[in-house]
Design a protein around this ligand. Sequence first.
Ligand code: SF4
Ligand code: SF4
Length: 255
Amino acid sequence: MLGTGLLKGLAVTAKNFVGSYTTPERMVTVEYPEQAPPLGENYRSFPFLVSETADDPMGTLRCVACQICEKECPPQCIYIVKSKDKKPDAAGKQQFYPAIFDIDTSVCMSCGICAEVCPFDSIKMDKVFEVAAVNRFEGLLLDREQLAKSNAYYNAIRPAEAAEVDERLAAERKAAEEKAKAAAAAAAAKAAAAKAAPVPGSASPATTPATASATTPPKSPAAPVAGLADPGQPTTEVKPAPAPSAAAPQPPTAS
Ligand code: SF4
Ligand code: SF4
């Protein structure tokens, strides 16, 4: 019948209108900005940099300034300058850090590629969408101090994802610590073995004589060089024995 669909639609609208006064689930709108709409786990706005602690965000940034996100960002709105020096990261390993890390959020398209490609879980997508500013340039160009947010904040806005990241990083750090301990123990054992081993070519201390002269027989006096006489000794002339001669007298033979 003509108009049946229209009447059914009006019935649904009336049912929800009346029901919204008694049933909260039928409230499909909120009084923004007094009330904030609930955001899903995967909602994303703009990137932020994760720091281990809120007390020292610049000193505990996870970012090592590898610049992968800068290269991969489609609209090229990330600008990074790597530090000249290194400092220890959360695992105690010496790492570079970003001396400058800027994101132009007036250009960012919230694609999340920077967060996907980061191998250090240093950059994540935020949920803050109220970012209006009176100045299009300075107001929307965020530096590292503005971008840094603590890992506790990350856990608060994305609990499931952050828990998985924390677990993985803890396992990696534990493995790195165990590897470092094993390497240190091996180096100590090698040094101890090298210290205990005798030096090649030398006798052991128990058998080494106190001085070389104690056991070494005295050297015989040097043989006189022919033609040079020792002034302290009488000279004796040694004559060679006469060789037997064929002309020597022979005993008489019996005839
Ligand atoms: S979210 Fe996308 S556009 Fe924005 S900074 Fe990251 S990679 Fe670039
Ligand atoms: S945020 Fe990640 S990908 Fe980007 S420079 Fe830092 S460590 Fe590299």
